[in-house]
Design a protein around this ligand. Sequence first.
Ligand code: AMP
Ligand code: MN
Ligand code: MN
Ligand code: MN
Length: 278
Amino acid sequence: MRMLRYDLHCHSTRSDGLLTPAAVMHRAAAGGVDVVALTDHDEVAGLAEARDAAHEAGLQFVPGSELSVTWRGDTVHIVALGIDPQNEPLAAGLADVRAGRDARARRIGDALAHAGIPDALEGALTYVTSERLISRTHFARYLVETGHVRDLKDAFKRYLTTGKPGYVPHAWASLADALQWIHGAGGQAVIAHPGRYKLTTAQLRALIAEFRDLGGDALEIVSPSHTTQQYSDFAALARTHGLKGSCGTDFHGPGESRMDFGELPPLPVGVDPVWNAW
Ligand code: AMP
Ligand code: MN
Ligand code: MN
Ligand code: MN
């Protein structure tokens, strides 16, 4: 039997993606994916639509989310897989995290005005596709449109990351709370794109160890954010910490993502896939 293709990380218009939940599922199917998780930032509102579309397209659907967490002052993302979207503590926790985004967005707007870019909040809002969620991606799209930067990457590099004029610090959920919400909702917790954080090797190991001690389940190993070398490095880290492995494109939209559906290489051999128990 052919190996199933898993893609367990992507976004829709319910957070900072460009396609509706249904359109994301149809694109995943067209790309040859068999099992797909929709993982909008701090949000589960797209899951019902995505599930119906996935089933219509013959896909196996995994309800997910990508939770924003502050760990020792740095932002890390935890992907939740197999959660019950109706779970009350999870829904309440996510609502709290989302609520913090509005005040942060106003502060980003003020910071950009200070840097000579007026009306950025209003501009970002024209890119927002869910009244429940504004993200730095929406600011980035506005900065591209107005010619302040070349592309999204440039927007983050020059304005929206730590130390840059449009960056404002923000406290997200704690790692412990995020894991409690995810497990309480019947899900598995995955450290998203571990290679993307500006952490030292020692800090990354500390994060992984603390995550494992809190009951965390897996590391996202195969991701367009990682090099081939990092696939092996994170596979080894997962094994030594007794964690499973996951994979996902982190797809946000056509032309905005490094990999499209169906382009992920397989998990390295020796990794226990997060889906083994499904
Ligand atoms: P936020 O959760 O509002 O802080 O926004 C984080 C989102 O910004 C991520 O999920 C990515 O979609 C996007 N992002 C972060 N860094 C970059 C980058 N260098 N290039 C493009 N998008 C980025
Ligand atoms: Mn995003
Ligand atoms: Mn992320
Ligand atoms: Mn993501």
